[in-house]
Write a protein that binds this ligand. Structure first.
Ligand SMILES: Cc1cc2nc3c(=O)[nH]c(=O)nc-3n(C[C@H](O)[C@H](O)[C@H](O)COP(=O)(O)O)c2cc1C
Length: 164
């Protein structure tokens, strides 16, 4: 069986914990975007980021843009996000669009330009806001929930079919 890796960009821990559950379900290596090994050694890559101002974080965008195209070409790639308000509607060029779709489209665009083969199934998990100076925020407190962690593990299990 092939090898899988889950790469996450997390500020306050939600995306990291969700990534860990996906990795557990998939039987994958788990790394932060700051410690990415040579991706040529993997057959399936899972990317996750948190949202700020209606799209993926600037650090999330930056590390994806820097990835080696040679290693990503033709490779099965799955995406997930954590966000406070993933289903909030936004307006883009006069059209209504959900925040989560803005974020996924952004990830897809960057990774597809590097030749990655994007898997259609995606995972969206609600994550509580935690502000730096005010301590843990109360918005969406309790998220991700136990149910959401179970969903994350299941998402990992469901991706096994993409490993040869
Ligand atoms: C400064 C800041 C801005 C945020 N902006 C958004 C946003 O625009 N839309 C959204 O859905 N969530 C937003 N969030 C919520 C985070 O995306 C959410 O809490 C996420 O799970 C954080 O992930 P992390 O714990 O891995 O850093 C924001 C959080 C912070 C701290």
């Amino acid at each position: 069986m092939g090898k899988a890796i889950v790469i996450y960009n997390s500020r306050s821990g939600n995306t990291h914990k969700v990534a860990a559950k996906i990795a557990e379900g998939l039987g994958a290596e788990l790394v932060s975007y700051k410690n990415i090994p040579d991706l040529k050694n993997f057959d399936l890559i899972v990317f996750g980021s948190w949202l700020i101002f209606g799209t993926i974080s600037p650090a999330g965008k930056k590390f994806m843009k820097k990835l080696d195209s040679e290693a990503l070409k033709g490779k099965n790639t799955a995406l997930f996000i954590t966000a406070g308000k993933p289903d909030m509607e936004m307006k883009k060029k006069g059209e209504k669009i959900l925040q989560k779709d803005v974020a996924f489209n952004c990830m897809e665009e960057i990774l597809e330009a590097k030749g990655a083969k994007i898997i259609k199934e995606r995972l969206t998990i609600v994550g509580a806001y935690k502000f730096i100076r005010r301590g843990p925020g109360s918005l969406y407190k309790g998220h991700p929930t136990e149910e959401e962690y179970k969903q994350s593990k299941k998402f990992g299990e469901s991706l096994k079919k993409y490993l040869k």
